[in-house]
Design a protein around this ligand. Sequence first.
Ligand code: MLT
Ligand code: MN
Ligand code: ZN
Length: 310
Amino acid sequence: MIIKVLGSAAGGGFPQWNCNCDNCVAVRAQTPGFKPRTQSSLAVSRDGENWALLNASPDLREQLNATPELHANPKHGPRHSPIKAVVLTNGDVDHIAGLINLREAQPYSIYGTDRVLSVIADNSIFQILKPDIVPRITLPLGETVPMQGAGVDLGMTVEAFAVPGKVALYLENEAAGPDFGTQEGDTIGIKVTDTETGQAFFYIPGCAKIDEPLAARLKGASVVFFDGTLFTEDEMLQQGLMPKTGSRMGHINMSGEQGSIAAFSKLGVGRLIYVHINNSNPALNANSDARKTIEGAGWEVGFDGMEVRL
Ligand code: MLT
Ligand code: MN
Ligand code: ZN
């Protein structure tokens, strides 16, 4: 499989349009050690010709233009796209808004849980993707589903599994209590498997906690792309950006006893790659102590254009 990181930043991107945190100021000034990043999305292909997107970010048009493998190929006629499927891991703006870029009556399939597909069904703007051209395919939790679209079998399967997290920000129901009305299927991780070779990787861009079932599932995995939103639980408060902790946003942090570095230290994963990195995260600075800490623990920082072969 060929896996491409189209966008390695969390919602808002890097820099974020309205942000003057130290990182955003530094990346705008083209300071060495800082790379701009677009919002959260991966692409995967088994044959290099036909691709699935894993999430569709608001920066998708820019990401496609930067990725020749995803361009329309004239040998296939006047209209064409190598994108045959889009898999959604939640209903957040940074993961679904890019679907709007994939209009113009081009056939492909959208995969998601019933909960996430209902978000699309309930938002009338997505009717621009007519279901007879762009079918929606439900991902039942814990089942292996073949990936296909526009009559093409992608030669890969996807398995969705629930991870600790919450409902999309704009669907939070304060009156529903501390979980804001979150239901099963609002946030998933996925496992993508090459049907021929059996090689597999995990993609979990939003995760509040690594609990026992998740740890058991990830143990010994070859490659995991994982939620790298924050370095510390309260960094957005400390930087005066927003009065929200990581747990309030449904994102685990990297550092500390409850962090992802500690949780993965016992799991024997081949390659650990952070994606969905928020602009407040000090690890975005290649010369920071935070970066040394995560690289010292064996993690890689995903970047736009990164390619992983498996
Ligand atoms: C998140 O990852 O927490 C969301 O993308 C936030 C948002 O939708 O802005
Ligand atoms: Mn997000
Ligand atoms: Zn910022």
